[in-house]
Design a protein. Structure first.
Length: 112
């Protein structure tokens, strides 16, 4: 007999833990996503991994959303205030001879 972990997926996959960490304003959104993933997994077993991913994403969101100042930082990012911000072509690129703006454009399917 081998020892099995108490929580097979590790911390973060328990909906009650997520709800206890998540600020109230996000509860309904989490529950909608969670219930939809559960229904999908109940009907098609291959979607169980999607349910795990939903729980993992919401675990990470709960941590992020519950940090002090998150709402202000999110608003600053939305409005472009709170910088200083740099344009992608102002950041040194790890790709010789190419700017980050070029790399991002290529990955987005556009030509730089």
């Amino acid at each position: 007999m081998s020892a099995q972990p108490a929580e097979p997926h590790g911390p973060g996959y328990d909906p009650d833990d997520i709800l206890s960490t998540l600020p109230q304003q996000y509860h309904e959104r989490f529950l909608n996503d969670y219930r939809a993933a559960m229904v999908a997994a109940a009907h098609e077993t291959w979607r169980y991994r999607e349910l795990q991913q939903v729980l993992k994403r919401w675990h990470l969101r709960a941590i992020m959303y519950s940090r002090p100042g998150h709402d202000q930082r999110a608003e600053d990012a939305r409005t472009g205030s709170g910088g200083p911000w740099l344009e992608a072509d102002q950041i040194e690129s790890p790709f010789p001879g190419r700017t980050l703006a070029d790399v991002f454009a290529e990955r987005a399917g556009g030509a730089a």
